[in-house]
Design a protein around this ligand. Structure first.
Ligand SMILES: NC(=O)c1ccc[n+]([C@@H]2O[C@H](COP(=O)([O-])OP(=O)(O)OC[C@H]3O[C@@H](n4cnc5c(N)ncnc54)[C@H](O)[C@@H]3O)[C@@H](O)[C@H]2O)c1
Length: 364
């Protein structure tokens, strides 16, 4: 592996934890495009998902406790306040907390202090850390909704001793009964709620980030030695600016007379280019994303090879394929033009290792 791109804040934390890096890693999670354009769309999608999961509940004017006033939390707090919610903020970082206070929010240093001072109907988690401790659970108001927009935030409930006895409320979340008979509902399944059952970030709203990822990847591939080993944001920002993304975005959405409809061929792509040929694609994991990718790749002319341990779910036409990447015959693996890894996140790296295993000839 020559280089990598990381797209998520939680991934950046994991990368930072491994110590010095031997390869360059571009930090798209903190790129200007994600911070300035992406997060606005993410915060909007968080609110949409929240309203979709509890459509029968009054939200306007009610008390909300927001844990984590960072890049996502500060935007979400403003959106909730615009809706008329009375938002209390907790952040362990004093600068963030002062920022929240000076934006007019009631602020507390800890969740325990906030819960002692008021009774929220909703607690929003955007910290990426353990935002509610076991001790905080004893102070939760009866019937409170917990909205996790980062997976770790309410892990004291979703990964703790209360989890086995939780009741699933299909399409809504998990109901926990706490000591004393109080019940609380974690919306979604504990992981980022705007990705629960569906991705609520509108694809058009995230296109600029996806395009930026592609631009940064192309810049890295063109010259992997240009960026030294370590985690970097600036080279990604520079490549994105140099590619003209900001100009194109402004002209598309913001300039006077902008239509929001892209030109048939974006400027710069009008010249003759060799067409990459996609003949054979491997889809690892045949769940929601895997099915979608299989459909799209087939429509693009690829013959899909689907690899999934739940063999019986595969359509008859695809059923002859093996369960594991390592089972795929060398001759088939060598001919794969594109691998699409659609299995659960925890399996991504083991699968990537199997795809890149030295015995396997490299795929283009
Ligand atoms: N659901 C999504 O689509 C989505 C999108 C982007 C980010 N995220 C996740 O949201 C989380 C936050 O992302 P961000 O970019 O806003 O990060 P950030 O670092 O800008 O913000 C996190 C904030 O939480 C605070 N914090 C940390 N521990 C806390 C605690 N125990 N109690 C209260 N506050 C605490 C930090 O001081 C910081 O201000 C990350 O885990 C990220 O992966 C989710």
């Amino acid at each position: 592996m020559d280089a990598a791109l990381e797209l998520t804040v939680s991934g950046i934390k994991r990368i930072a934890a491994v110590g010095p890096l031997a390869i360059p890693v571009l930090n798209l999670a903190r790129s200007q495009v994600k911070s300035r354009l992406g997060y606005r769309e993410i915060a909007d999608s968080c609110l949409r998902r929240l309203r979709a999961l509890i459509p029968d509940r009054k939200i306007i004017g009610r008390k909300v406790l927001l844990l984590g006033y960072g890049t996502l939390g500060s935007r979400l707090a403003a959106q909730l306040r615009d809706l008329g919610c009375r938002v209390d903020v907790v952040d362990t970082d004093l600068i963030a907390l002062i920022d929240a206070a000076e934006n007019g929010y009631a602020t507390y240093r800890t969740a325990a202090q906030a819960l002692a001072a008021s009774t929220p109907f909703l607690i929003v988690g955007t910290t990426g850390e353990v935002a509610l401790t076991d001790a905080d659970l004893t102070a939760l108001p009866d019937g409170v909704f917990l909205a996790p927009f980062a997976t770790r935030d309410f892990s004291a409930l979703t990964e703790g001793p209360h989890r086995p006895a939780a009741t699933d409320i299909p399409g809504v979340g998990l109901r926990f009964t706490l000591p004393g008979g109080r019940t609380v509902i974690v919306l979604g399944d504990g992981r980022s709620m705007n990705l629960f059952e569906a991705d609520s970030i509108p694809s058009q709203g995230y296109d600029a980030y996806r395009a930026s990822t592609l631009i940064a990847a192309a810049a890295l591939c063109a010259d992997p030695d240009r960026v030294p080993a370590g985690l970097h944001t600036a080279p990604a920002d520079t490549a994105i600016t140099d590619a003209g993304l900001w100009d194109a975005y402004y002209d598309l959405y913001a300039a006077p007379g902008a239509t929001g409809r892209p030109a048939a061929k974006p400027a710069g792509l009008t010249g003759e280019r060799p067409q990459a040929v996609l003949r054979r694609a491997a889809i690892v994991g045949y769940g929601v994303a895997g099915r979608l990718h299989t459909e799209i790749l087939t429509a693009l002319g690829a013959t899909p090879a689907v690899i999934d341990p739940k063999h019986q779910d595969l359509p008859a036409s695809l059923r002859s394929f093996p369960h594991q990447v390592s089972d795929l015959p060398q001759a088939v693996a060598a001919g794969i033009d594109l691998w699409s890894i659609c299995c659960p996140t925890a399996e991504h790296l083991p699968v990537l290792r199997a795809v890149l295993a030295p015995t396997r000839p490299p795929a283009s």
